[in-house]
Ligand binder design. Structure first.
Ligand code: ZN
Length: 232
């Protein structure tokens, strides 16, 4: 398949998604992410905004249309799985998408200064951080060093899963993703205010390593989840 218009001047969603001041920006941003993921799943990548023209165009300033708070897992590279390029995604990644002050500060910078209209929490099946936390909880031991902070941050999600009678790892992962969305909104009054004003949305997505597909497992406002439903 040819790639018409891919040399420097191709129209991209960034033109319409510059700031949260535009009506419908969270919905448009989510739809754009899902379109890119579908291209990735179906092996019809366009590699938008990855050339020298784009590099020059965004050198002076950035207007990313989505924040990705994702797991650090090496198979979860944001620009690849959403088929985007330079200046499109503001990416913060930690093991198990655990959130501390620096993560929340980075999200607040994107949302309030760059006026990015969408925040995505991105987890995945077979997550090692969730597995490590589950092992620590089962054995009553904690890993040494700073890894303990990662495990400790996942444990509340495990307890929530236990209370719900959920024992399957990938279902626990989905609970952890939804819990991260809730925790971000509870911990950041800046983010919560942007969401309440309709200028931003937060969506929790679960990624399947083998299929390459994302699907929504949580959203605020809730009606956005329909945009991130799996492709038919
Ligand atoms: Zn992971």
């Amino acid at each position: 398949m040819s790639r018409p218009g891919s040399i420097g001047t191709q129209p991209g969603p960034e033109r319409e998604l510059l700031t949260t001041d535009l009506p419908g920006a969270p919905q448009q941003a989510l739809a754009e992410l899902m379109a890119g993921n579908r291209r990735f799943v179906t092996d019809t990548l366009r590699h938008p905004n990855q050339n020298a023209g784009r590099r020059a165009a965004v050198a002076a300033e950035q207007h990313p249309f989505a924040v990705i708070v994702g797991c650090s897992d090496s198979r979860l590279a944001a620009e690849i799985i959403f088929d985007r390029g330079l200046g499109d995604l503001f990416v913060v990644r930690t093991a198990g998408h655990t959130i501390g002050p620096e993560v929340l500060g980075s999200v607040e910078y994107a949302v309030s200064v760059l006026r990015t209209p969408l925040v995505v929490v991105l987890g995945h099946d077979s997550c090692g951080a969730v597995q490590a936390a589950r092992a620590a909880l089962a054995t009553g031991t904690s890993p040494g060093g700073h890894l303990r902070a990662v495990v400790d941050a996942v444990v509340p999600s495990l307890r929530r899963a236990q209370a719900a009678g959920v024992d399957e790892l990938d279902q626990i992962v989905d609970i952890h993703i939804a819990q991260t969305v809730t925790a971000m909104l509870d911990s950041s009054t800046t983010l919560a205010a942007e969401v309440a004003a309709g200028r931003c949305a937060v969506v929790g997505m679960s990624y399947r390593l083998a299929a390459g597909e994302v699907r929504a497992v949580a959203a605020e406002p809730a009606d956005l989840a329909a945009i991130a439903a799996p492709a038919a």
